[in-house]
Write a protein of this length. Structure first.
Length: 293
């Protein structure tokens, strides 16, 4: 039994005759008659009572009429679903984003652009630091990530540069530096610094430390925070000052003043869009195409 035979069978039922059905499905009448007979032979039962005034469905024919419509409808739905999956217009894609970049216009624009273009894709966004993102990208539990990397030569990943960021100083709003900003890092050499852990974002941490060594600057770290949002909260509480990606200032934090210093501007922090090239998800490929435009 073939789908086209079911299609022909329903055409005969709905038109009331083979001749009318042949015109509808654009198949010669003898060929259509043969297909109906082949269907009956395959099912080993008669589907029509044939008489001088036309054709009438048998009990088996009426049962097949109901089943044929359902089968053809399910086939059409399945074809549409598979086509949509193949084109990436439905499905699921998971994206990691470094915590402080959720509000950055370029990242927000990417998320909004993807949602507008592919509204039926289940888009899962995880605010993750670069270290955990890298681990999840490499083990395949995350489709793509927006994170800090040194370059695009990451094992098992492809990456495209998304944004060039730099560093910025965050101080409590009520601190003396908020009123009289420092002009160089040595001005805050004796301040209490709040720092992040290396495992949270190894590439970011190492690049920042290398830049400070080049400047012969060693911050006096007295507090640690799990991520940049935690660091900003501690700065707002007056526990110290922090050096963060400039993107942090895209989301104003009450009680925090962001200050630019030429020495921090000079430290480039590259934000990358990364994914596994062996991931064959069409929904991911559409996101990659949008992110790399």
């Amino acid at each position: 039994m073939e789908f086209r035979q079911l299609h022909y069978f329903l055409a005969v039922v709905e038109e009331g005759s083979v001749s009318a059905a042949s015109r509808r499905v654009h198949v010669a009448q003898p060929a259509l008659t043969r297909q109906i007979r082949l269907l009956e032979e395959d099912l080993e039962t008669r589907l029509f009572e044939r008489h001088a005034r036309g054709m009438r469905l048998t009990v088996a024919g009426r049962a097949l009429q109901e089943e044929a419509r359902e089968l053809l409808d399910r086939r059409a739905r399945l074809r549409t679903r598979l086509w949509s999956l193949g084109q990436g217009v439905i499905g699921r894609v998971s994206l990691g984003v470094t915590v402080t970049h959720l509000w950055v216009p370029e990242v927000a624009g990417l998320l909004a652009g993807y949602r507008d273009r592919y509204p039926q894709v289940a888009f899962e966004v995880f605010p993750l630091l670069s270290g955990p993102q890298l681990e999840r990208l490499q083990d395949g539990s995350l489709d793509a990530g927006i994170l800090y990397l040194d370059d695009d030569t990451q094992p098992g990943l492809e990456a495209r540069l998304l944004q060039r960021d730099h560093l910025i100083l965050a101080v409590p709003e009520r601190s003396p530096w908020a009123a009289e900003p420092p002009t160089r890092l040595q001005d805050v050499a004796n301040a209490d610094f709040i720092w992040g852990f290396r495992e949270a974002s190894p590439h970011y941490y190492d690049r920042m430390q290398a830049h400070f060594r080049h400047l012969d600057f060693q911050p006096r770290v007295v507090q640690y925070g799990a991520d940049n949002i935690a660091l900003l909260g501690m700065v707002a509480a007056g526990l110290g000052i922090a050096i963060l990606p400039a993107a942090s200032s895209s989301h104003p934090m009450p009680g925090v003043r962001f200050l630019r210093l030429p020495e921090l501007d000079a430290c480039e922090m590259s934000l990358w869009f990364a994914w596994r090239p062996d991931n064959d998800s069409p929904a991911l490929h559409n996101l990659v195409a949008l992110a790399t435009q």
